[in-house]
Design a protein around this ligand. Structure first.
Ligand code: ADP
Ligand code: MG
Length: 458
């Protein structure tokens, strides 16, 4: 998906270009190539691009480049539709921010305790990333001074409006300095976005990227089946695709839970992600899916919005979404950043399918017959198990410490250890299944960074 163009043609500090290189960003994605020249020039923009196109780095580079780092005041506000997305944006920004020391990025999302955020705000930050409701609450209670804000980003603006954040966004903006740069990102451009843009942007430059590259790399298939055959058909599809990493979408929380139970009865264990889970459970679920401790995640749209997990091979629409844009959004969970992916949808209602077919191009998808598939059992076992460690950033535990304890301390090979996630108060490490007991015993009985921690198998 990347062109020959290089970040070096932009006016960026060489330390930032080097950091991008380290992250594997050797060339700009099309949306970055089109938007960055304007962003770096201080212009307001409306950027329309599909999911997975690298929008975060586009505004992230702009926002970071604009910071006056020595001035330890909030200079940039980034609004996202969900906590998960805010967390991911902050994570991506922190990666790029490594080009300079001491850039402080704070997340302010709902669903997590409020007072620690107030406390963190009293210690200042350069950039805040969060959901509109919570940020507005902080503004209403004067927990931070917005007067030094010079850039505002609305990420996935269409989703924010869909979720009813329009009024909150307007109120937030009424607190901000008029003289500022505003960057609006949206996968779609419905009328309400146009109205919002009129209100809050000044002479915006509109940049748009065709989604052709995305279309061609996701193989889309549809199976028309009677409603009562959904579960059997799904099992057949899973057995025939044998994907290492699958996300299955259902339209409701109940449907997710029911499907998880049904698959469990069929001998397939899955993770479930929906908004009935508390924030801690949602974080853990995403971590355990991303670190390959489970091959299947069943999710609703709300919970999966913006989810950027690498290497999702297959997206299945167990329920077809009611909205065509949501369909595009869902299948965009696979084939991130140029990888190939597959999307399979079960069709039980002809009408809904007709509508979607009209929306897609003829050559983008194929319709297949479920009876043509052989009966095969899904037999993918996850590679890793997740160990929970009750120490994280606050106890100064770092990934290197855990890696060291597992290799030098316990004698595991580096290749037997997967993803390590360090949160504030706890950490998660993926180890190859066959070594889970050894790792558990070793970490429970030995020290990490000179201390004993409670460790258990998730
Ligand atoms: P979007 O917000 O458009 O849905 P993201 O910003 O989440 O997309 O980016 C999708 C993925 O692409 C991320 O994993 C990100 O790290 C990666 N990415 C972004 N820019 C580049 C680049 N220039 N080269 C390679 N990968 C990139
Ligand atoms: Mg994004």
């Amino acid at each position: 998906m990347c062109t020959q163009n290089n970040f070096t043609q932009l006016k960026l500090p060489s330390s930032m270009i080097q950091t991008l290189q380290t992250l594997g960003y050797s060339s700009m994605t099309p949306i970055q190539e089109k938007s960055l020249p304007y962003i770096l020039d201080g212009k307001d923009i409306i950027a329309k691009a599909k999911t997975g196109s690298g929008k975060t780095a586009a505004f992230g580079i702009g926002v970071l480049n604009k910071l006056n780092i020595k001035k330890f005041r909030i200079q940039s506000m980034i609004l996202c539709p969900t906590r998960e997305l805010a967390a991911q944006v902050a994570q991506e920004l922190r990666k790029i921010a490594r080009f300079e020391h001491n850039i402080k990025i704070l997340t302010l999302s709902g669903g997590v305790p409020y007072h620690p955020q107030v406390h963190s705000l009293s210690h200042q930050a350069h950039i805040i990333v969060g959901t509109p409701g919570r940020i507005l609450k902080h503004l209403n209670e004067y927990n931070f001074d917005p007067k030094d804000i010079t850039s505002l980003v609305l990420d996935e603006a269409d989703r924010m409006l869909d979720m009813g954040f329009s009024e909150d966004i307007q109120k937030i903006i009424s607190y901000l300095p008029q003289k500022r740069q505003t960057l609006l990102f949206s996968a779609t451009y419905p009328l309400n976005i146009a109205h919002l843009s009129d209100d809050i942007l000044t002479n915006p430059q509109v940049v748009e990227v065709e989604s052709t590259h995305q279309k061609s790399i996701i193989k889309q298939e549809f199976y028309k089946i009677p409603d009562h055959q959904k579960l059997k058909s799904l099992e057949k599809i899973l057995g025939n695709t044998q994907a290492n990493s699958t996300v299955i979408f259902c339209n409701t929380k109940i449907a997710c839970d029911t499907l998880a139970d049904d698959l469990w009865d069929a001998g397939i264990s899955t993770l479930v992600l929906h908004s009935d889970l508390d924030q801690k459970e949602r974080n853990e679920t995403i971590i355990m899916f991303a670190n390959k401790s489970y091959p299947i995640l069943i999710a609703t749209d709300v919970a999966a919005r913006g989810l950027d997990i690498k290497d999702i091979d297959l997206v299945i629409n167990y329920d077809l979404p009611y909205d065509n844009e949501v369909y595009i959004h869902r299948i965009g969970r696979t084939a991130r950043a140029g990888a190939t992916g597959q999307a399979i949808s079960l069709i039980t209602q002809e009408e809904q399918f007709e509508d979607l077919k009209e929306y897609l191009d003829e050559d983008e998808f194929i319709q297949k017959d479920i009876d043509q598939l052989e009966e095969r059992k899904f037999n993918i076992k996850s590679t890793y198990s997740t160990l929970f460690i009750n120490g994280g950033k606050k106890s100064k535990v770092r990934a290197g410490d855990i890696l060291g304890a597992l290799t030098a301390g316990i004698g595991l090979d580096k290749d037997d250890i997967g993803k390590i996630d360090i949160l504030d108060l706890c950490s998660f490490v993926a180890v190859k299944k066959e070594f889970e007991q050894k790792a558990l015993d070793g970490l429970s009985n030995g020290k990490i960074k000179g201390r004993y921690f409670k460790v258990y198998l998730k």
